[in-house]
Design a protein around this ligand. Structure first.
Ligand code: 9MR
Length: 403
């Protein structure tokens, strides 16, 4: 304590001498920045992106700056800075994977500081639309298809030379009410599914690497979700959707995408049994998406690796499709360090299973994460913080692909 107080006094004494220097965690450069471009002693000005450079601690003995000197919006512990300058998609490719990618969403694309990073195809080699290819966005009224939002994301992927993931054809959520509340015979709903999947997948034919054809079919206890599809058609609806998608774009990989299957349990068993049933019946199914919405410190890399191996042994590929690792706010250096370990464990699990083809984060920055609005008091789940500063998690990912 005495030592800390002494160094604080010493730092305070220095303030008049370093007034033209940015404080630790302060901004020190970037497009449009007119403030100080050098950092106080013990910190280094590190470029995070073209719009933002930050003074990051270069020596462990430096005391954290008071919150008032941190960038606006940094309400939690600042990212202590990733050190890797390698680009994640480049690393993933070098490691033999198809891609490292991210979800994005149409409203975010007006944020030029965001798109400056999103458009870097050495960082992201794959894009998933977070919302704009879902049923409510693409067929809001029966037979009326609207593709403008999805087309914007598809065009971004094409312009940047990135793979595109279609998300999704059939899901219990984000359904227009004409589907979720409709009263259909089995023949009518079969036709509704066939028309939706066929029109959607055909529209993007040739542009999509893989489609999440069926999303989240099971409850956590392994029972089927009792949505309109299951209630009317029972266990047959995945086959209807998969066959329609295959006919519409024979080159696209067709996936079932699910969460809480990343360790053994009733839900993973139910999905594994469905995969076996579908494969035995020669239903077109090429992959399983492991969403991987995790909580810091509550995840096992070896368990994930076992599940990836178990599923791919059935003759399907696998992908990490929606990775994020949330924490109870405020973030702390210890939580960020554990998050780095956890991100590393996910990448390592995928690296250790050859048929795990790639990894997608469910947006790369906390600024646009779905987590805080869904889980009260939780967040900081992405590898970049809300100011687009890379967190230690970034290093965890980079190290995973480099091992
Ligand atoms: O990221 C999506 C968010 O913007 C939407 O509000 C939410 C609504 O259901 O869906 C989010 O994406 C989900 C994805 O489509 C399926 N797996 C879970 C994702 C996070 O909720």
């Amino acid at each position: 304590m005495l030592k800390l107080s002494a160094s604080l006094v010493a730092l305070a004494a220095l303030v008049p001498l370093v007034a033209s220097q940015a404080a630790e965690w302060g901004q020190c450069g970037g497009i449009g920045w007119t403030g100080a471009t050098t950092c106080v002693s013990g910190t280094t000005c590190v470029v995070s992106n073209p719009y933002y450079s930050q003074c990051l601690p270069g020596a462990a003995s430096v005391s954290p700056a008071p919150p008032s000197s941190r960038p606006a919006g940094t309400s939690t512990a600042p990212a202590s800075g990733a050190t890797s300058t390698a680009k994640l998609h480049t690393l993933a490719k070098a490691a033999g994977k198809l891609y490292f990618g991210t979800a994005t969403d149409n409203p975010e694309l007006t944020d030029t500081a965001y798109t400056a990073i999103l458009d870097d195809n050495t960082m992201f080699g794959q894009i998933s639309p977070a919302n704009s290819m879902k049923w409510d966005a693409t067929e809001p009224e029966q037979g009326v298809f609207t593709f403008s939002g999805g087309d914007q994301i598809a065009s971004l992927a094409k312009t940047n030379g990135m793979l595109l993931r279609g998300h999704n054809c059939v899901w219990y959520n984000q359904l227009p009410s004409w589907v979720s509340s409709g009263s259909f015979t089995a023949a009518q709903l079969t036709s509704v599914i066939q028309n939706h999947c066929s029109t959607l997948v055909s529209h993007y034919k040739g542009q999509v690497y893989a489609w999440d054809v069926v999303n989240e079919p099971f409850n956590d206890d392994g029972t089927w979700r009792t949505d309109v599809f299951f209630n009317v058609l029972g266990e047959t609806y995945p086959q209807i959707a998969l066959e329609a998608a295959r006919a519409a774009d024979p080159a696209a990989k067709l996936y079932i995408n699910e969460y809480n299957i990343e360790s053994a349990g009733a839900k993973a068993t139910a999905l594994l049994n469905l995969v076996k049933t579908l494969k035995a019946a020669s239903v077109p199914l090429d992959g399983i998406g492991f969403q991987c919405h995790f909580i810091v410190g509550e995840f096992s890399g070896p368990a994930l690796q076992t599940q990836l191996s178990t599923f791919t042994a059935q003759g399907v590929e696998a992908a990490i499709t929606e990775l994020d690792i949330r924490m109870t706010l405020p973030s702390t250096p210890a939580l960020l360090a554990q998050q780095k370990t956890d991100y590393n464990s996910v990448i390592t699990a995928c690296m250790n299973v050859e048929s795990c083809v790639g990894v997608t984060v469910w947006d790369w920055t906390d600024k646009y994460s779905w987590v805080p609005s869904t889980f009260s008091g939780q967040g900081a789940a992405c590898p970049w913080d809300q100011n687009f500063v890379k967190k230690p998690a970034y290093d965890g990912i980079a190290a995973g692909f480099s091992a």
